[in-house]
Ligand binder design. Sequence first.
Ligand SMILES: C[S@@+](CC[C@H](N)C(=O)[O-])C[C@H]1O[C@@H](n2cnc3c(N)ncnc32)[C@H](O)[C@@H]1O
Length: 362
Amino acid sequence: MGFIEIRHLKLIDTIEQVGTLNKAAERLYLTQSALSHQLKELEARLETKIFHRVNNKLVFTHSGKELRDASKEILKRLDVLEDKIHEINKDDIKDYIHGYSDEETIRLNDQADSISEILHWDSKWEKDALVLEAGCGVGAQTKIIAQMSPEASFISVDISSTSIEKAKFAIAKEKIGNVHFELADIFELPYPDGHFDHIFVCFVLEHLTRPMDALKELKRVLRSNGTITIIEGDHGSTYFHPDSENARKAVEAQVNLQKKKGGNANIGRELYPILSDAGFNGIKVSPRQVYVDDSKPKLKEGFIRNTFTAMIKGISEEVIAQKFIHRNELNSGITDLYNTAIDNGTFCYTFFKAKATKKVVS
Ligand SMILES: C[S@@+](CC[C@H](N)C(=O)[O-])C[C@H]1O[C@@H](n2cnc3c(N)ncnc32)[C@H](O)[C@@H]1O
């Protein structure tokens, strides 16, 4: 067992399709010698010839024919399997409340940029550290943290391929060289135990139906004595002036929608207990309050308008359709939230940043 690998099946199938080793090498992006090497290796492993050359043509031997037919069948089944998994992934992420629109990309960047100092003044990792950023989205936080620790290396993963592509583009645009992006599910990370020195997670647990399982998987890939840093919001910490019942109802509608989708928009206050239940040690939670008034025009624009109120606007149709709030109440609530960003309005929201350690196994 284990003599035949998928690359061998692809090789045989491609040779069958294109008819010559030359063209097959081209199609598979291999050099001629790499292709010949793979063929010889397979023939040696199976102790058989796969082709004869007759008048400069490749003719499959008896064993070669068996291999050719099986390759076709197995590769077809793998295609079907990949399609199926792709569909399952799509189902898994279709419940993600904010979606993957261009407006959401802009909102995530506004969010990250407007409060970067408050959230990230201490997001630094040492030289040569390997850091996993789980749920990197469009790279809005990645570009900030990667530049703050230029001598560390980052592997940033997300379950959405669209977001990963946007993140790659954003990082290349900033000419940041210490980040590698990969498509991965936080519940089944494709890394061995203890692979990372540190882990960073921002605004992700609030969307997961099983945050504890995610934390356990993150703990698995973290080395002993490595740290995990988590930042989450808590919509229950929102208050503003002028106060507005409809604005509060609008925020509550978002909390309820997120709950219905299996998430928790008030998870910030639970970071200590869930990290503790997941077996982390030395947990320190630091509340990061964003307080905005007339003296902070950039935060009025970047946070109240473009981050928080844009988030409520973004889920409008869904909260109305789900009857969490009436359209008139929601529209008036959104107007009132915008009003907190004009003269003499104030706005408060608290994020929670937790840092914890994976205890040394003795
Ligand atoms: C609110 S966004 C936050 C993105 C980024 N951390 C930021 O702060 O800008 C949440 C991200 O979590 C990702 N996500 C959700 N479930 C995931 C899973 N099971 N595995 C990996 N990423 C996931 C979503 O695709 C989305 O990009």
